[in-house]
Design a binder for this molecule. Structure first.
Ligand SMILES: NC(=O)c1ccc[n+]([C@@H]2O[C@H](COP(=O)([O-])OP(=O)(O)OC[C@H]3O[C@@H](n4cnc5c(N)ncnc54)[C@H](OP(=O)(O)O)[C@@H]3O)[C@@H](O)[C@H]2O)c1
Length: 190
C-alpha cells in the first residue's frame, strides 16, 4: 500500500493558476483516456488541502455534469484546514489540521490494503514528504506553460527521485512516475 501524490502540472511546474483555475488543464486530454480510472480504483482514502476542497465547492455544477453528483469520490477524505468549511453533500469527509502523521495513521487504518491519495496541493504533499510518508509522485505534465501559479511541489529534495515510468498521453500530456523513497541515482546539490 502506497501513499501517492497523483496530480497534473503545467510544463513550468504549476498545478493551478494564481486564482486557482484549472481551465488550462481540461483541454489537454480526456481523463478517461489517462491512467486515472485504474489509479482511483486502487485508492482507499484521500487527503487534500482546503484550496483543493474549495475548488470542488466552487465547481460543483461542473462536477455534477461530469459524474452526476457534487462529490466524485466514494472513499473517505481528510480535508486539511484551520477554518470551518461547509460539507459537500454526499461526501465522506473529516476536517483536520496539524500534523500529517496522525492523519496518515487514520487514513491507513481506513484504507485497508489500498493506496492513500494525496490529492494536493503541493504544500500538503510536501508535508507528507517532510514526514517521510510519501512513496510515489505520479504527475501528468501538460503541454502548456502558465508563468506563475500554485506550485507542484515546493520542496528542495536532497536526493533525486527515481523515475520509474514514462507514458505519453496523446499530444497534451505525458505522465511521469517517481519512486520518492527508492534508491536515488544521484545526490542533488544544495
Ligand atoms: N492540477 C491538479 O491536478 C490539481 C490537483 C490538486 C489541486 N489542484 C489545485 O491546486 C490549488 C490548491 O493549491 P493550494 O496551494 O491552495 O493547496 P491546498 O493544499 O489545496 O490548500 C492549502 C491550504 O490547506 C490548509 N492546510 C494545509 N495543510 C494544513 C495543515 N497541516 N493543517 C491545517 N490546514 C492546512 C491551509 O488553509 P486553511 O487553514 O486556511 O484552510 C492551506 O493554506 C487549487 O486550486 C486546486 O484546485 C490542482
Amino acid at each position: 500500500m502506497k501513499t501517492q501524490y497523483y496530480t497534473a502540472t503545467s510544463l513550468d511546474g504549476f498545478i493551478a493558476t494564481e486564482d486557482d483555475s484549472l481551465e488550462w488543464l481540461f483541454p489537454l486530454g480526456d481523463v478517461n483516456e489517462t491512467t486515472y480510472p485504474e489509479f482511483i480504483a486502487g485508492v482507499g482514502a484521500l487527503a487534500m488541502g482546503s484550496g483543493t476542497y474549495e475548488w470542488m465547492m466552487r465547481n460543483a455544477e461542473q462536477v455534477v455534469a461530469e459524474v452526476g453528483s457534487p462529490w466524485p469520490y466514494t472513499q473517505p477524505t481528510w480535508v486539511f484546514t484551520s477554518r470551518e468549511l461547509p460539507k459537500i453533500e454526499g461526501a465522506d469527509l473529516r476536517f483536520v489540521q496539524g500534523d500529517v502523521r496522525t492523519v496518515h495513521e487514520e487514513m491507513r487504518a481506513a484504507a485497508g490494503d489500498k493506496n492513500l491519495w494525496v490529492v494536493g496541493g503541493g504544500g500538503l504533499a510536501g508535508q507528507f514528504y517532510d514526514a517521510g510518508l510519501l512513496d510515489e509522485i505520479i504527475v501528468q505534465v501538460g503541454s502548456v506553460t502558465l508563468g506563475k501559479g500554485k506550485p507542484l511541489f515546493p520542496r528542495h529534495a536532497t536526493r533525486a527521485f527515481k523515475l520509474t515510468a514514462v507514458k505519453q498521453l496523446g499530444t497534451g500530456l505525458v505522465e511521469l512516475r517517481y519512486d520518492v523513497r527508492g534508491d536515488a541515482p544521484a545526490e542533488v546539490g544544495a
